[in-house]
Design a protein around this ligand. Structure first.
Ligand SMILES: [Zn+2]
Length: 229
């Protein structure tokens, strides 16, 4: 509506900043990713097929949980899993989807990321699961993504990409950095395994339980072994 003041300006900017940061870090492919952010009883998502560098706060689409939206831009075609995740996970306010290449390479094989490194716990559990393939943009895709994310803040999507969750879009990018690192690390260890016949050592459930307990006690500090400490 002409002259109408744009609502949720800060949240709209946070979405654009996160989308640009994701691409600047090489963690996505072109315009293929998307970002969602809860605002009260509604949520904001990136528009369909628009270049992140050209995007302005007015281009971000405000949606209701019944799937309807306001404004002239069409929401990302993947709005269904943004809606369903935000509806099912009240502790999470932001959802980010990317086609990050190492996550997607594992997902092409339908492989989850096992506990190759204790930082797998940053996603909330002892593995990062891979949801089975479903046609992009469909409700069926959302329906397999939700169980893959149960108790987790990240999952892979077979032959597609990944989803990460967080309190803010920026926190989602932080977690995507970790998950993509873990995916690349796992691929490299598999390559060494292929060359030497030695399988990577996967951390046991007990060892990962200790890390998960440690991370919980440190709240928002994701990395007890960071090089900064
Ligand atoms: Zn996608």
């Amino acid at each position: 509506m002409p002259g109408k003041r744009l609502t949720h300006l800060k949240a709209r900017r946070a979405i654009i900043d996160a989308a640009r940061r994701m691409n600047a870090l090489g963690l996505n492919h072109g315009t293929s990713g998307n970002v969602g952010f809860r605002v009260g009883e509604r949520f904001l998502v990136t528009p369909s097929g628009l270049d992140y560098d050209a995007m302005t706060p007015a281009d971000i689409v405000e949606m209701r949980f019944d799937g309807t939206h306001a404004g002239t831009r069409r929401p990302t075609s993947e709005w269904r899993f943004h809606r369903d995740i935000l509806a099912a996970r009240p502790e999470v306010d932001a959802v980010l989807h990317s086609h990050a290449v190492h996550c997607t390479a594992l997902a092409v094989h339908g492989m989850e990321i096992p506990a190759v490194h204790y930082m797998v716990a940053a996603a909330g559990g002892t593995t990062i699961r891979c949801a089975p393939y479903r046609t992009p943009t469909t409700q069926a895709l959302s329906d397999v993504a939700l169980p893959a994310l149960e108790g987790r803040k990240a999952c892979l999507l077979q032959n597609h990409g990944c989803i990460v969750l967080g309190e803010t879009p920026d926190a989602c990018v932080d977690l995507l950095v970790e998950v993509e690192y873990l995916a690349e690390l796992y691929i490299r260890t598999l390559a060494i395994g292929g060359a030497t016949g030695n399988d990577p050592k996967i951390l046991s459930q007990r060892k990962m339980a200790e890390v998960l307990a440690f991370m919980k006690s440190y709240g928002k500090q994701p990395d007890p072994g960071s090089s900064q400490t």
